[in-house]
Design a protein around this ligand. Structure first.
Ligand code: DQA
Length: 142
């Protein structure tokens, strides 16, 4: 059985309440139940933190053993060289995801410091971005 971690960064604990016109009205816990039901043969672990260092610690903790990581780094996407380095440091493939299409938004969201270290990038499909990333990891070799 493959194990995949979904790692959510800052402010994503507020999904469902935060800017619902941009991020939707659904909580992540609710969505996660549905996603797990869609992949009964995959263990989907979940961790969220508002703290950059906690995200890096989690990448280090699981990044040498797990089959893949789906990472929505939130605003750290656009600022964090430390996350870039952490993704490069581990062996598990990381897929960068965004709920919104960051390229249709403010210019400061057009740059990602983590994309170059990731296996691939999925953005703009709402919460379905996570499923698409899981699908990509399930189908890919390490
Ligand atoms: C986001 C996009 C980021 O620019 C923003 O800071 C977020 C969420 C997304 O999922 O669309 O927090 O990563």
């Amino acid at each position: 059985m493959k194990t995949i971690l979904i790692l959510n960064g800052p402010n994503l604990n507020l999904l469902g309440r935060r800017e619902p016109d941009v991020y939707g009205a659904r909580s992540f816990d609710d969505y996660l139940q549905e996603l797990r039901a869609q992949y009964p043969d995959v263990q989907i672990d979940y961790f969220q933190s508002n703290h950059e260092g906690a995200l890096i610690d989690k990448l280090h903790e699981v990044g040498f053993t797990i089959d893949g990581i789906v990472l929505n780094a939130g605003a750290y996407t656009h600022t964090s060289i430390a996350l870039h380095d952490a993704i490069r440091a581990i062996t598990a493939p990381v897929v960068e995801v965004h709920i919104s299409n960051v390229h249709q938004r403010e210019p400061f969201r057009h740059q990602s410091f983590i994309s170059a270290a990731c296996r691939g990038v999925i953005c703009g499909f709402g919460l379905d971005s996570y499923r698409l990333a899981v699908e990509a990891l399930v189908n890919s070799e390490k």
